[in-house]
Design a protein around this ligand. Structure first.
Ligand SMILES: NC(=O)c1ccc[n+]([C@@H]2O[C@H](COP(=O)([O-])OP(=O)(O)OC[C@H]3O[C@@H](n4cnc5c(N)ncnc54)[C@H](O)[C@@H]3O)[C@@H](O)[C@H]2O)c1
Length: 294
């Protein structure tokens, strides 16, 4: 896609972090942008911040894990702006990366509730976006682009965040399939997978959006615990790259029809090592946790 003026973008998870940065950058480029999010207050203030900057945006509240919410998002987008040119399936939660509650527990101690919540948002959310918006975008018969946010956790192995990593490996594979299926049909729609390293967002405190039914009884931490864990998580991620830098990369990747989008901090040596082990069929070794810019 080369032209952005007056085109329409839908960004999920746009009330915070990278999604908010994408929305702002797209709107600065002349696009009309739909900010979709499950967090009502944050969504309201994101929309009013961008409107104060005289950018053309609307907000739609909803949960990407629910197909009917995503269908309503599409309907509201078409009612307001009449079309969809860019879709960013970006909403995501940290699952077992989360400081709130579960951090560093082995897989066999993780609750089915945590699995369901994390897969619901991170994988089902992306599938709901594809299922709902691709037919609309294909019917328009104009150039368009889908960006799915995975993670470096979708390219690496390692001992931490097995659930989160599984969802992000899923997003990588889903986006590869989408890319090839569009290519095979000589579609004007292109696809990219975004694999960020560590970005300064509120991802570690994503337990704030975890519905009660996805907490096992007695597992939910007290407000005091929650706050101290949020502070620790935010502190860790504050050393990450700024979301605006990722937004710039995403815009360029859409322009250049670039499939893989890795932020510059992603440890390529670790990806290489993992692939070497696969090709040589040698056993992986334990590696120290990846720390941002320290
Ligand atoms: N921050 C990082 O270091 C990092 C690294 C790699 C990948 N990611 C991925 O980037 C994406 C964006 O996260 P972020 O880092 O900007 O975090 P963030 O928490 O700042 O933003 C995520 C947004 O998604 C929204 N959201 C959560 N559940 C939702 C749901 N069910 N439906 C709709 N919206 C929902 C949240 O309310 C929030 O506004 C996620 O997919 C995340 O997994 C983040």
């Amino acid at each position: 896609m080369k032209e952005f003026q007056d085109k329409v973008a839908v960004v999920t998870g746009a009330a915070s972090g990278m999604g908010f940065a994408f929305a702002r950058r797209f709107a600065q480029e002349g696009m009309r942008v739909v900010l979709a999010d499950v967090e009502s207050e944050a969504l309201g203030s994101a929309v009013s911040t961008l409107r104060q900057e005289e950018l053309e945006v609307i907000g739609v509240l909803g949960n990407v894990a629910q197909l009917e919410d995503v269908q309503e998002l599409a309907q509201k987008t078409l009612e307001s702006f009449g079309r969809v040119d860019v879709l960013c399936n970006n909403a995501g939660v940290a699952g077992d990366l989360d400081f709130i509650g579960q951090r560093n527990q082995p897989l066999w101690e993780q609750t089915p509730e945590l699995w369901d919540w994390t897969f619901g948002v991170n994988v089902r959310g992306v599938l709901n976006g594809i299922r709902t918006f691709l037919p609309i975008m294909i019917d328009q018969d104009d150039p368009g682009h889908v960006v799915n946010t995975a993670s470096m956790a979708g390219l690496l192995g390692g001992q931490t965040a097995g659930i989160y990593g599984a969802t992000k490996h899923g997003v990588v594979r889903i986006t590869e399939a989408l890319y090839f299926q569009l290519l095979e049909r000589e579609s004007k729609i292109h696809a990219s997978v975004l694999c960020p390293g560590i970005i300064n967002t509120r991802i570690f405190s994503s337990g704030r959006n975890r519905p009660d039914k996805f907490w096992k009884a007695n597992e939910k931490p007290s407000d005091n615990d929650t706050q101290s864990q949020i502070d620790a998580g935010d502190e860790y991620f504050a050393h990450g790259l700024p979301p605006a830098q990722v937004a710039e990369q995403v815009l360029e990747a859409i322009r250049d029809e670039q499939f893989w989008i890795l932020t510059p901090d992603v440890p390529l040596d670790r990806i290489q090592q993992r692939h070497n082990h696969i090709i040589e069929q040698t056993n992986p070794e334990l590696s120290p946790p990846f720390l941002p810019n320290r």
